[in-house]
Design a binder for this molecule. Structure first.
Ligand code: ATP
Ligand code: MG
Length: 286
């Protein structure tokens, strides 16, 4: 059997499901027995190691795994020498400072001399250093949000996505320290066959991610409006134009970034576009 690339993914928790899903979208089928620490792909030279999120950066730095899917915040917190190859668009969150909701807050100076509870002491320390602040950092490994209520700390530094945990605990976000999402990271010394496998994986991944952000658009328009419509559609350099059975009308096909679509929809209609269809793209080969 030939050499395989080893990828670490989270064993259980927030990133696991989406990590396996994105590999699947890359056409990689994994033999997923329960309670396994290791699994192999059937149809791609990849071995999957299921590890704890917080241990992953160390394993990749040591080369136990060649690459991994892990939260960017964990990479920053662990301060390991890793290459961030690709942001993956899921598990988005931010590391933020929060205070009891009725505390009067008027800027970073407030934190000087305060006690801050966090599970991310290194990230917090970097932020404090950048802003010339001194705090008393209390490291706790979970349920950081209750620390102010039980008198353990004046404020917290924790990951936030919707903000509902903060709200439930009577806290309010006052500063954002960093933004994070799941990303593909790699050991700095991959080479040879493993690098070639990684290149193939990256090619697939980029096709999958591009497809997620883009949609296929079809619309009908009177022939005399076709040029105006091409002007309106961002990135529509060379759309496909086909005649409709109805005299004087054409069908336009192109690809559009989903974020751009809502911005131009009114102009499309003003220019006489009808029967607009937006269709998901399965893969987009770049
Ligand atoms: P381990 O796998 O080592 O037990 P964990 O318990 O911290 O780690 P999870 O809670 O499953 O693991 O996932 C934490 C990761 O999920 C974070 O590092 C971050 O990248 C991401 N994440 C996204 N949104 C949030 C959020 N609101 N709160 C905490 N983590 C979040
Ligand atoms: Mg956990």
């Amino acid at each position: 059997m030939g050499e395989k690339l080893k990828i670490a993914v989270q064993k259980s928790g927030r990133l696991k499901e989406d990590s396996l899903k994105i590999l699947k979208e890359c056409g990689i089928s994994i033999d997923n027995g329960k309670d396994q620490l290791k699994a192999s792909a059937f149809n791609f030279p990849l071995e999957v190691l299921y590890l704890r999120n917080s241990d992953i950066p160390q394993y990749v730095e040591d080369g136990v795994a060649d690459i991994a899917i892990v939260g960017e915040n964990v990479v920053i917190e662990k301060q390991k020498e890793l290459e961030i190859l690709q942001k993956l668009g899921f598990s988005k969150c931010r590391l933020a400072m929060a205070l009891p909701k009725d505390v009067e807050y008027n800027g970073l100076e407030y934190f000087n001399g305060k006690r801050i509870a966090t599970s991310y002491p290194n990230s917090l320390q970097l932020f404090l250093d950048e802003n010339n602040l001194n705090c008393d950092i209390h490291v706790i490994s979970g349920s950081v949000e209750i620390a102010p209520n039980i008198g353990l700390a004046d404020g917290i530094c924790d990951l936030v996505s919707s903000g509902s945990t903060l709200f439930k605990n009577g806290l309010r976000e006052v500063e954002q320290i960093l933004k994070s999402e799941a990303c593909l990271v790699a050991n700095k010394n991959i080479s040879g066959i493993k690098q070639a496998i990684l290149d193939r994986l990256m090619f697939r991944l980029k096709s999958v991610l591009a497809a997620k952000n883009n949609k296929y658009i079809l619309l009908n328009a009177p022939n005399e409006k076709v040029n105006d419509i091409i002007e309106v559609l961002p990135g529509m350099k060379s759309p496909t134009i086909m005649p409709l059975a109805k005299e004087g009308w054409s069908s336009l096909h192109s690809v559009i970034n989903e974020n751009d679509f809502w911005g131009v929809i009114d102009q499309l209609k003003l220019n006489g576009a009808e029967g607009i269809l937006i269709i998901p793209i399965e893969k987009m080969v770049l």
